[in-house]
Design a protein around this ligand. Sequence first.
Ligand code: 13P
Ligand code: SF4
Length: 367
Amino acid sequence: MSILEMMNEEVIIPARYKAMTAEQMETRIKEIKESFGTRLYIPGHHYQKDEVIQFADDTGDSLRLAQLSANNNLAEYIVFCGVHFMAETADILTNENQKVILPDMRAGCSMADMANLHQTEKAWVALQELFGDTMIPLTYVNSTAEIKAFCGKHEGATVTSSNAQKMVQWALTQKERIFFLPDQHLGRNTAFDLGIPLEEMAIWDPEVEKLEYDGDINRIKVILWKGYCSVHEKFTVENIKQMRNEYPGITIIVHPECSHEVVQLADFAGSTNYIIDKLKEAEPNSIWAVGTEMNLVNRLAKIHDNKQVYSLNPNMCPCLTMNRIDLPHLLWALESIEKGNPINEITVDKEIARYAVLAVERMLERA
Ligand code: 13P
Ligand code: SF4
């Protein structure tokens, strides 16, 4: 089911949560967490709001949260504070008795929605006509379970921003070419760092069902799906120039979902965990501009009050869907569990999960 279909089916949060104060909600959340103990597990992605992250049992980037979910067989309820594809991945990796709950069904990922199975199967047929049996599919975990299953079925794997280099290197030992979904930027930035020139990369445009490339088609090694993250695309070369002008000596660090031009001009690029670690190691009084989601940038600025930490884009870039998860929705999810009637359970179809798990496990074995 697509996010849009689920949004149509969503159940609206009862009005009484809107009438509660933050303190009242926090007290109830603490009570429920205490009473459930290890039967309840709350993973939180780094982009979540502080009001939610304070209740996370573990925080992490996509890779760490997938690993933690795979290793947790104690929790009966996993209340995933992140977006839909992360909750799906948790469901794929946990056992049948564990329920995964997303506090707000509207917490999707616009990038994941840029590749559906129908489009992907059509692209695969068209690309096979051009390249024969020389391709292996890799999908960024920011994709639907169906796309992960497609990759699993075709001997491919998932990747995260933490292990994309390793996975692309592995994939190129399996086949001559990679079909990389759905984020063109992560695919391009990763392949480029591994020494693959831009002329050896092409873009598959699912709207017009056409391969875009310059030069010799036989040299193409990486086929990039024309998807992107609308949050990270907002960081521009102009932002970098302005920051460097305003703060001489500034260090610029960005997420690899930013465009190739931005990543090339930045000093460092890496996953949310990588960004957090770099800021931790940074010298006191150093100046940083960070190109990623605003909740994380604000948190880093608060934690490192002996350093200057700014958003690379002064207008800040929120991920609206991540921000759907808030105190009222977290409490609503927890109270529904307490009542024995959990809301918003994420259940990946068994047949899809059977293949999707192959793709995710191929990654976890090598991550
Ligand atoms: P990380 O894997 O770096 O946490 O990124 C996830 C994400 O959605 C970035 O937009
Ligand atoms: Fe998706 Fe971008 Fe939000 Fe990450 S920041 S969850 S890629 S929309």
